[in-house]
Ligand binder design. Structure first.
Ligand code: MRU
Length: 365
């Protein structure tokens, strides 16, 4: 079956995903049979992007429940699955949100198998609707800019991949773009390549190609130059965790785009599913754990050779050491607004709780 989502279930009630490490050169499907498969898929970035990490972890718990029942294991096995999945990646809060949702559903259930299956499916369906609605609320921003552009395309710069591949369907950043395109509004996307994992060149460019959206790949350092020359109408990025104060953790390099946007009066928007809000913390700079990954992701680059083979090559002296911070934090003062599934709001506590009053009393603050 050809996938039309990034994660789906099979007739024998297992889970399948797209191996995103192989894109854009080949579309390969991977079956998850155990919770360890789900954990490895998250760790290895076979799946990535905050909402998809959460959905994969949720299905990981379903698989753990199934293993527990089939292999007659006790509750310690399930506890281990929760703690292994919890440790799979540190920054995207959707992982913890999804695991907490699975835990409380199971704590109130007498039928673990059907509860975990249903709750994972619910997380997936909710994400699809959230992303669709981010598009509904983001569309007027693009329309407003388009109305002043005399039929010239609206120029949008994005970083990393906050498209369908980071979610289930639609994507967060791509949802308003797709909805604008579907309405006949001319858009053009500047795609940051997003070193070291190249989610921009490998994934965002792939998605935009599939949807027929005009786009141009740029090196990560080009955005400032484009903004200085009036070639960007808005910056639109995703988020892995947004604090009560409106600080946004996203892929490393996002902060530099925000600085350049600020210096050039270019609006800087964050597409924010409420599942990425962490209302238990305020200060993004001190309270968000920033993932550090293997230095070889920086030292080597992978791509397709002219003979069609995929290869990885060293791009620095063998003995040079590299640092590999996966995310950075953009302080709320640089963010024009958050585009959420309930509307657009300022990146601050008042803006967030006006749209999400149920979050005003979250513990930990
Ligand atoms: O390291 P990744 O690829 O998981 O990082 C992904 C991002 O930073 C995305 O911008 C973010 O998760 C939003 S996905 C809708």
């Amino acid at each position: 079956m050809r996938p039309f989502r990034t994660i789906w279930t099979t007739e024998d009630r297992f889970v399948e995903i797209i191996d995103q490490r192989k894109l854009p050169h080949s579309l390969e499907i991977m079956k998850l049979l155990t919770y360890k498969d789900a954990e490895i898929a998250i760790k290895s970035m076979t799946v990535r992007g905050a909402p998809l990490i959460g959905a994969t972890a949720a299905y990981g718990i379903y698989l753990a429940v199934r293993e527990m029942i089939e292999n007659e294991r006790d509750g310690d096995f399930l506890d281990q699955a929760f703690s292994d999945l919890r440790a799979s990646r540190p920054t995207a809060v959707n992982l913890f949100w999804a695991l907490n949702k699975m835990r409380s559903a199971l704590d109130n259930s007498a039928d673990f198998l059907s509860t975990s299956w249903d709750m994972a499916a619910q997380i997936v369906e909710e994400d699809i609707e959230i992303c669709r609605m981010i598009g509904v609320h983001g569309l007027p921003i693009i329309e407003e800019i388009a109305s002043k552009k005399m039929n010239e395309p609206v120029q949008i710069l994005t970083h990393c991949n906050a498209g369908m591949l980071g979610c289930i369907e639609w994507g967060t950043v791509t949802s308003p773009i797709y909805q604008a395109h579907n309405k006949g509004i001319k858009v053009h996307v500047w795609v940051d390549e997003t070193r070291p994992r190249n989610q921009g060149s490998n994934l965002t460019a792939y998605e935009l190609t599939k949807h027929g959206i005009p786009h141009t790949l740029i090196v990560d350092n080009a955005g400032g130059h484009l903004m200085q020359h009036g070639m960007v109408d808005l910056v639109l990025v995703g988020t892995d965790r947004t604090t009560r104060n409106g600080d946004v953790a996203n892929k490393i390099g996002t902060y530099l785009k925000a600085l350049a946007a600020n210096d050039n009066n270019v609006p800087f928007y964050v597409a924010l599913p409420s599942t990425t809000l962490d209302m238990t913390i305020r200060d993004g700079l001190t309270e968000i754990t920033i993932e550090e990954r293997d230095q070889n992701e920086v030292k080597y680059i992978t791509g397709k050779r002219s003979d069609g083979q995929i290869d990885s090559v060293l791009i620095c002296p063998e003995t040079t050491s590299a640092s590999n911070y996966g995310f950075d934090v953009t302080p709320s003062k640089y963010i024009t607004a958050l585009i959420t599934e309930r509307g657009v709001c300022p990146a601050n506590e008042m803006g967030i709780v006006t749209l999400f009053p149920e979050f005003s009393q979250i513990e930990g603050v």
